[in-house]
Ligand binder design. Sequence first.
Ligand code: ADP
Length: 511
Amino acid sequence: MDSSERDPNAPHLSDDQEHNRLLAEMAEQSTDMISRHTPGDWRFIYASPAVEHLLGYRVDEIIGMSAYELYHPDDVEDFKRRAPSVSYERGTYTHSYRFRCKDGHYTWLESTSRSIRDPQTGELKEILVVSRDASRRINAEQTNRRLARVVENSSDLVVFFDLQQQVTDLNESARRLLGLDPGATPLSLSQLFSVNSYAQLQQGLPMAERSDQWHAEAEMQASSGQLIPVSLELLTHRDATGQAAYYSILARDLSARRAMEAERQRYQAEVSHASRLMTMGEMASGLAHELNQPLTAIVNYVRGLERRSVGKSELPVTLLEKPLHKIADTALRAGEIIRRMMDFTRKSLPQREAVALAPVLEDVLQFCATSAHSANVRLTSRIAESVPAVLADRIQLEQILLNLLLNAIEASASGENEAPGEVWIDALESTQGQVIIRVHDRGCGLPEGDSEQLFQQFYTTKQQGLGMGLAISRSLVEAHGGQLWAEPAEQGGAVFSFSLSRAESTDAENR
Ligand code: ADP
């Protein structure tokens, strides 16, 4: 039977009585707590059964208790002062407060109270209160307030904007970094970004709409025109129907990081330049020897011509042609040696580009040729043509190869009458879009102990050694995003391997 239906055997009630009976029944069944209180000390005269669910008290337990006993101490005063949390509306007032449950914990209630007065005398007779659980709402509000404080005080820039791309909110960091007044006139999103970054953002918006989130590195623009590099997340916020309602941008200022990176790059360029000069110094006598050969050859060709022209007033062109060609070729070869030296010792900031291994290696092998010759070492390249180009700074790649090759030559040096030492270089493609370049030797083998020690600065087993070559080579390889390691070779000697990104695959990833 529906609870509002009457028992047919019950005595007949007047309309007023029936009305009151229905109200009483609704109060009994309501999930909101309905209570009546004495004026002054607010003792419970009546409480509906919802009190049990809301506060844990049985109805008969709470009757007679004063509401003041159950208020949170901080809220009693607030209530008495009719603080802003108490609002009046046409004889009723609503306020939120903490009330102590039977188990001692406090819960948030929102109550609407109404004074009941004697219609004749106007005397306050009792107070009627409807209370509901407000803990979820209050907790959500507190969470929102906490989040808002975090957003406001975050060192990251936070920007909210609507579907028309009008900025609706900025946090303190965004206002400070972009040089905007708190009361600045409404801004459009385009005013906060460089032209390119704004265009980039326009492409990102549909993606953020599809997948809620989009990431990019961009440049924001301060009101002074200064550009600020940032890493940003673009978030889509939706309404109840799932439609995009507004967007937010969370941006991290990368200026300090970029400056540090530039400083680190500059420092590394200095160190690697100094190291190249040192290597060149070590190789100076070998290079002088190498340069001497073409110069001597040129002198010999010229002497030959001199001899042929002695006592003659004319020489046939056919006789001059060949030696002149040879002189020109040899001079060019000498020029080539000088060009390599100049390239190698030039001071420049690293520039990554697609570098084919074969021509670089040809240059480096030429460089080491004299050292290899005097150490009686055979130097060969076994790099297959199919090995793809790598993404690297050409000079630094030469530097790494030269360090490894000179070490390998030194470790493989043999006497004039002994079998020549063997050093060769090969490369293979790894599955992770990398190329691994390996320098093999059959020399003395790695020193005893952990092979990692070789890469520490100043570690050397050589009398004249500095112990910087491998440390610098490793830092150069790592700056390229690769790794450099050493292993003993199976048949004696050592293998030094390093990895670099394939040029094509990296280009493809960037696209
Ligand atoms: P340096 O050549 O001035 O000693 P490096 O950093 O280039 O400095 O090398 C450090 C040490 O690593 C060398 O002293 C040597 O003991 C060892 N090493 C390097 N390359 C080889 C190699 N191919 N075979 C054996 N040991 C090597």
